[in-house]
Design a protein around this ligand. Sequence first.
Ligand SMILES: *Cc1c(COP(=O)(O)O)cnc(C)c1O
Length: 362
Amino acid sequence: MELTTEQMRFWSPEVRKLEPYIPGEQPKLQNLLKLNTNENPYPPSPYVVDAIQAVLANQADVLRLYPDPDATALKEAIAQQQCITASQVFVGNGSDEVLAHIFKAFFIQEHPILYPDITYSFYPVYSQFFGVKTKILPLNADFEIDIADYRQPNGGIIITNPNAPTSIALDLLSIEEILQNNPDSVVVIDEAYVDFGAESAVSLVSKYENLVVCQTTSKSRSLAGLRVGFAIAQPHLIAALETVKNSFNSYPMDRLAIAAAVASFQDQDYFQAMCQKVIDSREQLVNGLEALDFKVLPSKANFIFVSLAHKNAADLAAELRQHGIIVRYFNKPRINQYLRITVGTDEQNQRLIDTLRNQILV
Ligand SMILES: *Cc1c(COP(=O)(O)O)cnc(C)c1O
């Protein structure tokens, strides 16, 4: 909605200047193939639905009562799955909320925070929102992070690993080097996609007092609709996040979300099987697109980042849409000839390939 200055006169002056994040579209149309927001094509563990039904069946009356403000059961389930302690876990309403608290808790500093030019587009939004200074460091020509860049005065560092939307992962040794080069800054690794084949930095948390690892149940656990994200760090950093959270919303995790997410973390076999299915489908999808002459960046995520020489990416996205397939196009410098495509089921990926081969690239 476009508003006039007159209509915005009641707004806080700061809010008038905000440029909010634009989420990928959630179309209402039937029979659309949604490969645009990196959701998991498989349902969550069947125990997740059982757990929600159990809350409602046995104790609907508990909805009258506030949930546990510390979501202790959930922190314990995450700690057990990650082989850490509950005191090293922070939970929030999606990892976007966890990231917001991270920006507020650690990044409002004299020096700018550092992050790559091509990365999760919520970072500039939070930076503006919280008044965080930023210094943006270009990825190299192959869209890789040059860790030597992250060796300069800074007020913090945030890196998505694997990166989005490039899908490229950084190895653990490089992350460790960044941590060692920045002992006085908080280094945040946003691991929204780590379960699809990259190395997690959770194993470094007990060794580095300046490391925060952020993960989500939205992608690898098929729970984007539940809104559960978490951070893992040493207790002195978790305490800062709790301070911010309890200054904003004491109950970000409702009873249904806590019960459902606990069930997901307790069903490790299902989780691993679904991640492996997505990884296998990704490799098939990459082969299929390469056979159609697409250039595909090496992916460790549940999406791929592709381009096609001699074909405008925005046009290609529009043509796919006409055939009922939605992918993500970013009209931004350096990446405006790429498409980000979420890995679907084998059948969905085949529909994409067939549509390209038989209808668009003929
Ligand atoms: C999807 C995503 C998130 C947010 O996940 P939610 O838990 O659904 O809020 C955070 N960071 C990156 C890089 C993501 O892609």
